[in-house]
Write a protein that binds this ligand. Structure first.
Ligand code: M6R
Length: 369
């Protein structure tokens, strides 16, 4: 059942190239256009949407956070990320022109179900990005964009997360195509880049996995970790910290790198491991800012583990360890950069002798509020 792997989490990390490929399958025609047959919300409604609210929990909410960067850039529609349980119990501004996007692996998360009911009561259409066929969220939504990650067994979400991000990109590009925000060749170019992701993921796993596993095993005695990122690296930092908390029971926090000097830098002391997700040097302004952040924590004694693009030598003088990632457009960087963080968390938990697939106190699907 585990396909020869020791744990489901390991297997599911390795399923990721297929999960992304399957989520893309059949959604691009031979002219390079996006065809979402399942989009059962009328195009005229989608053209008039003036706000998107993503409702989700945990890892699925981080996928929504990535979607915000992509959809706002491609479609010029404001996107708000709402933790479903917070959205439900306040008085959010929702109208017929709001598109609510619910993201859920299980489709049975009670907090998210309540949030979509709340949104629908106020006239919003609901689009679900869901992995489980026929689940409650899929049934209650106006339309469903299924992720095709296959069943996810390990409590810690890995392949579902990559499939959710992929589906969010498809949604963003579809809206851009429909609303004419992007030229068809720009959409086709992004789709081509997405199509290259499965091969890049395979290569990343082949080239970096052993080193990252060893690093995780070596760091099994550490009691605290920080994760820093900017732009789409920020939700990746949050997800890296969540994975470590969930499976290895270690204190870990993710921050927007720019927030460091507003408080978190006080936590940095000699030997503290700090993961930093560095954007491509092809975005020099963003890239150089993150390099400065690495210098800031290193000057205070941090052990820096840097995730950077292949060939980015600017990081080398400031990194204790560099994890190399194939080059890709910035907005699609999360699909690759999160993978070493998943591998690291699994390896560290295993080195501590923990049950990686069934962490204490957690359930795969949270069906109570
Ligand atoms: O099934 P869902 O995607 O709705 O679940 C949402 C969260 O409970 C889930 O992502 C949780 O955070 C995972 N354990 C993360 O690894």
């Amino acid at each position: 059942v585990k396909g020869g792997y020791e744990t489901f989490m390991d297997k599911e990390i390795h399923d990721q190239p297929t999960a992304v490929a399957d989520t893309l399958l059949g959604r691009v025609n031979d002219r390079g256009e996006l065809v979402l047959d399942e989009m059962r919300i009328d195009p005229s409604v989608l053209r008039s949407v003036d706000k998107i609210i993503v409702v989700a929990c945990g890892t699925a909410a981080y996928a929504g956070h990535v979607a915000k960067y992509a959809i706002e850039h491609w479609c010029r529609i404001p996107v708000e990320i709402e933790l479903a349980h917070e959205f439900r119990y306040r008085d959010p501004i929702v109208s017929e022109k709001t598109l609510t996007v619910a993201i859920s692996q299980s489709g049975e998360t009670m907090d998210t179900i309540q949030a979509i009911r709340h949104a629908r009561e106020q006239g919003s259409r609901v689009l679900a990005i869901v992995n489980t066929y026929g689940s409650t969220i899929a049934r209650e939504a106006d339309a469903v964009l299924y992720t095709h990650a296959g069943p996810e067994v390990a409590v810690a979400s890995t392949k579902a997360f990559l499939a959710q991000i992929t589906a969010c990109y498809l949604l963003g590009l579809y809206l851009a195509q429909l609303r004419g925000n992007k030229w068809p060749d720009e959409v086709a170019d992004y789709l081509e880049n997405l199509g290259q992701m499965p091969a890049k993921l395979e290569r990343l796993l082949a080239e970096q996995e052993d080193m990252v596993r060893e690093l995780g095993a070596q760091m099994a005695d550490q009691t605290s970790f920080l994760f820093l990122g900017r732009h789409v690296g920020y939700p990746v930092a949050l997800e890296g910290a969540l994975k470590l908390k969930e499976v290895a029971y270690v204190h870990a926090e993710g921050f927007a790198a720019g927030e460091l000097k507003h408080g978190p830098i006080a936590l940095v002391e000699e030997g503290l491991p700090v993961f930093v997700i560095v954007p491509t040097p092809r975005r020099p302004v963003l890239h150089d800012k993150v390099i400065s952040n690495i210098q800031e924590v290193r000057a205070r004694g941090a052990r820096t583990i840097v995730i950077a693009e292949e060939g980015d030598e600017a990081v080398t003088p400031f990194a204790d360890t560099v994890i190399r990632i194939p080059a890709t457009p910035t907005l699609m960087w999360p699909l690759l950069t999160v993978v070493p963080l998943q591998i690291f968390a699994a390896a560290l938990a295993k080195a501590k002798g923990l049950d990686v697939d069934q962490p204490r106190n957690l359930a795969k699907s949270v069906t109570v509020e």
